[in-house]
Design a protein around this ligand. Structure first.
Ligand SMILES: [Mn+2]
Length: 350
């Protein structure tokens, strides 16, 4: 496996000079943030990320994310132009050494939580989603914004987008995903890039917005749209694992065996009976997921893709971007190193 770490560029409070000190750290997971979603990335901006990585003994070979413009997801407006831009972005990042592009196909919002700084008894804080906080919320009502949501949408714009997605429905979203993949995957193949779709977070409809990258049947359907290793998954254990209907270990085993996992996001969540969940420390006993079994499923299948510790808690008094502090993600990386080492050595002894 290739250990990686997300970095939000020079404005990230976590510098690459610290990230490089995590044992076995190899790859920087980043993006270009100086143009709006849908536009092409300049060679200069891509090279600046690659150079920053090299300056710190790291490699910039995973992009998270090249955002998919809403017009592509809705199949309307400037869709054709945005797809051409997307293809061009794949070619450009590939020229600078990128091997894997993580993206998602979620309408409007990348992810949803009801609180970003829920305090645990030990004084750490983490992102949570509580159903009793979620119920009764209406994102179209004046004044409401949930943590993590794009505040740049005007109310009227949001209302229009919600109506468009309601009219589109799940099958319409599937059709637009197919159009997108059939256009971009051949380009990725030519460039030696693996496209890696991130599951919806959480993996069920929110506020009536359709969500399709949610469960085993839908992951099968997505991978069959273009049957190529360049059309693969970012298997995010926390996103899929916050729904009880997903057996994350079984999903990892199945898709690793088929070489359809390009990128692993590994973190733990604690699920509750009403569907609420809390992000927890990576260590298996801290949450509902068995990270040992997940890593073992990867090692058993010879997984050699990218792995990053996903969201961490805020610990040791650190402040910064919720979910993306240094300390708990570094603990997560060290724990993952231990699991991989143990599983690989056990496998070698058999
Ligand atoms: Mn993730």
């Amino acid at each position: 496996m290739k250990l990686s770490f997300r970095w939000y560029g020079p404005d990230d409070p976590v510098p690459l000079s610290y990230i490089r000190q995590i044992p076995n750290m190899r790859s920087v997971v980043s993006a270009v943030y100086d143009v709006p979603p849908g536009e092409t990335w300049s060679d200069e901006s891509i090279e600046a990320v690659a150079q920053a990585a090299r300056d710190n003994g790291l490699v910039f070979d995973v992009v998270e994310s090249i955002p998919v413009h809403e017009d592509i997801k809705l199949g309307r407006g400037d869709c054709a132009r945005y797809i051409e831009n997307y293809k061009e972005n794949i070619r450009r990042v590939a020229r600078h050494g990128v091997k894997c592009v993580c993206y998602n196909f979620m309408p409007v919002f990348d992810w949803t939580r009801t609180q970003l700084d829920k305090a645990a008894p030990d004084g750490s804080t983490s992102l949570v989603m509580y159903m009793d906080q979620l119920r009764g919320l209406d994102p179209l009502r004046d004044g409401l914004s949930l943590p993590g949501w794009d505040a740049s949408y005007e109310k009227a714009q949001m209302r229009e987008l919600f109506a468009a997605y309601a009219a589109l429905g799940e099958e319409g979203l599937w059709q637009n995903l197919e159009v997108f993949l059939k256009a971009v995957v051949p380009v990725a193949e030519e460039c030696g890039v693996r496209m890696a779709i991130h599951p919806d977070d959480p993996p069920y409809p929110i506020f009536g917005l359709p969500r399709i990258i949610t469960c085993e049947a839908n992951l099968d359907r997505m991978l069959a749209l273009v049957d190529s290793p360049a059309n693969s998954l970012t298997l995010c254990t926390g996103s899929l694992g916050c729904a009880a209907f997903n057996d994350v270990t079984a999903l990892v085993r199945k898709y690793a065996a088929r070489d359809r996992i390009a990128f692993m996001h590994i973190r733990n969540v604690q699920r509750f009976a009403d569907g609420s969940f809390e992000e927890r420390a990576h260590f298996s006993p801290c949450g509902s997921l068995d990270l040992y079994q997940i890593v073992k499923a990867l090692v058993d299948n010879g997984f050699d893709g990218y792995v990053r510790p996903d969201h961490g808690r805020m610990i040791f008094g650190e402040t910064g971007r919720p979910g993306y502090g240094l300390f708990d993600r570094a603990l997560g990386a060290a724990y993952l190193n231990g699991l991989f080492e143990a599983c690989e050595k056990a496998k070698a002894e058999i």
